[in-house]
Design a protein around this ligand. Structure first.
Ligand code: ADP
Length: 485
């Protein structure tokens, strides 16, 4: 690639230099020829003038003297009368020569000036220079061959061409260096463009000065923009895939959760219908199992509906200032019968007196109930559960703490996912749906709050969540997605 560009550039430079060389040669040849002829005309004129002095009277001719003079002058001499008649010629018999009245070099001479012309001799085939000057009664013409001129011009041309070509050498070297530099930059730019065309938007060109630098900057900017767009699309794509995966998982989970109690109800119903109804030893137990599974289905559908209401923003929240000590007491009171069955001690820790959070009281109560329900379920008989609240910046942080079985560390990150349980069988046995914490997470998010959990296996678990207060407590600041509908 670099080689081809280099070759093209250098070829262009070469052609340009060659054209310049031809132009120099042509004009040099013309200048040299013109100067040479001018010089010959001047010399011819001088000689002819001297001859004019030697032949002041054309009528008194001495043919032998004419020949001598011609030899001395190194040319052919012709004496012509004003009417064009040739009176004498150093190389021919004048009597036999035609009238010279219209010869181009003689016309100005007859008029009193100097005339000259170049003509090819038909007999010997070489160019002659004719120069004529006026004399009394006619003109004297001297002619000399131009055979030398071409050789002279050729010598001058050779010299000029040689020195010009020599002067072009550094030009060619500079052009070659320039072509090499340019071809490298071109090749780099084209390689970059090819990378872009193949979808690699991470490559960058070095940004130097000049037009190439400008081009590099523009290309780099373009690839940067494209890279950003691609990354954004990739992120969006990953997000869509994640949502789709979660949706699929959810559908599979829901089907699975529904299938077990439904199959159990169906099985025991058939058993009863097949005769067990009349078996007093078992029928009540079977009916009990059917009722247990029906209750489980009801809880499951209830939780699913709650979750989808919040997710689809159909849940209506009524935000207002709620006293936290009263809220915590209400939550504990509603769970007390359940706790008492396991002789679990419930307590409100001091610190929430007189504090108010900006929330929907029903939702806040549901959050606390779900967390307390779990705390009671996963704490052994005789355990301790405490609830409380404390200020945390623009929020209040509420907590539900138990000294129950705790949660292994590896399960903590996924704890708030729908249907995620540490111990599936145990959760089912305790009537859990696996949706309690997912609902809690959504309700807290609807209040623009956050959640966290601390737990140690066999030592206990504390769930924390925040509700807005102070600056965070305004309808706009509370999650707008949820207040919008
Ligand atoms: P579930 O209906 O199974 O209780 P949740 O979403 O409420 O579903 O809770 C998810 C899982 O988190 C539970 O199955 C349980 O394993 C664990 N978990 C929740 N709260 C506690 C807690 N206080 N102590 C121990 N484990 C808990």
């Amino acid at each position: 690639m670099t080689g081809r560009i280099f070759l093209k550039l250098i070829l262009c430079v070469f052609c340009l230099l060659l054209m310049a060389l031809v132009t120099v040669d042509l004009s040099a040849a013309k200048v040299a020829r013109d100067a040479y002829i001018r010089n010959l005309v001047r010399q011819g004129t001088e000689k002819a003038r001297m001859l004019a002095l030697a032949f002041p009277d054309l009528e008194k001719l001495d043919a032998a003297r004419v020949r001598e003079m011609a030899q001395a002058a190194g040319g052919r001499i012709t004496l012509v009368r004003t009417d064009g008649k040739v009176l004498a010629d150093s190389e021919a018999n004048a009597a036999g020569m035609e009238n010279h009245r219209t010869r181009p070099e003689l016309i100005p001479a007859f008029g009193g000036g100097v005339g000259w012309s170049i003509r090819r001799s038909v007999t010997i085939g070489i160019d002659f220079l004719y120069v004529a000057v006026p004399v009394a009664g006619g003109a004297i013409r001297i002619a000399a061959p131009l055979a030398e001129i071409n050789g002279q011009v050729a010598r001058i041309r050779r010299q000029i061409l040689g020195s010009t070509a020599l002067a072009f050498l550094p030009a060619i070297a500079i052009a070659a260096l320039l072509a090499r530099w340019m071809s490298h930059r071109f090749a780099a730019t084209m390689a970059h463009a090819t990378e872009l065309a193949h979808g690699n938007f991470r490559t960058r060109l070095p940004e130097t000065g000049g037009e190439f630098g400008q081009l590099a900057r523009t290309l780099n900017e373009t690839s940067g923009n494209l890279q950003q767009i691609v990354e954004q699309l990739e992120r969006e794509h990953a997000e869509i895939e994640k949502v789709e995966r979660i949706r699929k998982d959810f559908v599979i989970n829901v089907s699975h959760e529904l299938r077990t109690p439904l199959a159990s109800i169906q099985g025991y119903t058939e058993t009863l219908m097949d005769g067990a109804l009349d078996d007093p030893a078992h029928n009540m137990r079977f009916l009990g199992i059917i009722r247990h599974n029906a209750e489980r289905l009801a809880r499951l559908t209830e939780d699913l509906l709650t979750l989808s209401r919040i997710e689809q923003r159909r849940q209506k929240f009524e935000f207002g200032w709620v006293r936290l000590d009263a809220l915590l007491r209400d939550a504990i009171d509603s769970m007390r019968p359940m706790a008492e069955k396991k002789r679990i001690h419930l307590a409100v820790e001091p610190g929430a007196e007189g504090c108010e959070a900006f929330c929907d009281s029903e939702a806040a109560l549901q959050i606390l109930s779900n967390l307390l329900d779990n705390a009671i379920k996963y704490t052994p008989d005789g355990g301790m559960i405490a609830v409380g609240a404390r200020p945390a910046g623009d929020f209040f942080e509420l907590f539900v703490r138990d000294n129950g079985m705790g949660i292994p560390e590896e399960d903590l990150p996924r704890l708030f996912e729908r249907f995620y349980r540490v111990d599936k069988a145990r959760s089912r046995e305790l009537g859990g749906t696996g949706l309690g914490l997912a609902i809690v997470k959504h309700l807290v998010a609807a209040h623009n709050g956050s959640m966290r959990v601390e737990s140690r296996v066999n030592q206990g678990t504390t769930f924390f969540f925040t509700l807005p207060a102070g600056e965070a407590a305004s309808e706009q600041r509370v999650n707008p997605e949820f207040t919008a509908t």
